[in-house]
Design a protein around this ligand. Structure first.
Ligand code: PNS
Length: 175
């Protein structure tokens, strides 16, 4: 059975990676699909191309995972690609209500099943939006995201990271 793990992945986090790695052990093939909407383009930190590049690098060690993108309804993508099952990660009960609604709607409008995989508790507080927020102030996000995301965030906020590093350096240097 094949599966699709859809999301915005702006950028992919360690929580996503945890869910993806576990899904890759359960399904023959998992497609990580960036769902994008041209009208919402400006709301993302990373462009679609940047997100795809990060995802390819972050998943290169997983042989049965591929990366794709789609600008439309998830159920249409599932039907076009004959992909089988939707995977979504759950971090906490607070995710459940929203995810339950989406899963029911996707089954109603496209007869597609959703399988939930619980992210490990150590990632329960990690989200792409929180990671973006911390990185925008030059904070340490290295544990919360795969290396490819960390590198891309440091490039995106290069001026903030450089300034912060020079402040830390001047505090630790004697005299
Ligand atoms: O990572 P996210 O932002 O939680 O992912 C949400 C996503 C992209 C999976 C969801 O918004 C989605 O499926 N969007 C595609 C459009 C769609 O099918 N919407 C109807 C769901 S009822």
């Amino acid at each position: 059975m094949n599966a699709v793990f859809p999301g915005s992945f702006d950028p992919i986090t360690s929580g996503h990676m945890d869910v993806l790695t576990r899904a890759a052990k359960m399904f023959e093939h998992v497609t990580l699909t960036v769902m994008h909407n041209a009208r919402k383009q400006g709301r993302h930190l990373f462009t679609l191309d940047e997100r795809l590049t990060i995802l390819r690098e972050a998943t290169s060690h997983l042989p049965n995972v591929s990366v794709d993108s789609f600008g439309g309804l998830l159920v249409d993508y599932m039907a076009q690609q004959q992909k089988g099952i939707i995977i979504r990660g759950l971090r906490a009960v607070s995710d459940y209500e929203y995810e339950l609604q989406i899963a029911h709607l996707n089954r109603q409008i496209g007869e597609v099943e959703t399988v939930f995989i619980m992210a490990a508790t150590r990632w329960s507080f990690v989200s792409s939006s929180m990671v973006r927020e911390i990185a925008s102030y030059g904070g340490d996000i290295s544990e919360m995201v795969p290396r490819a995301s960390a590198r891309a965030l440091k490039v995106k906020f290069a001026d903030v990271y450089t300034e912060r590093e020079s402040q830390v350096h001047s505090r630790t240097m004697p005299g």
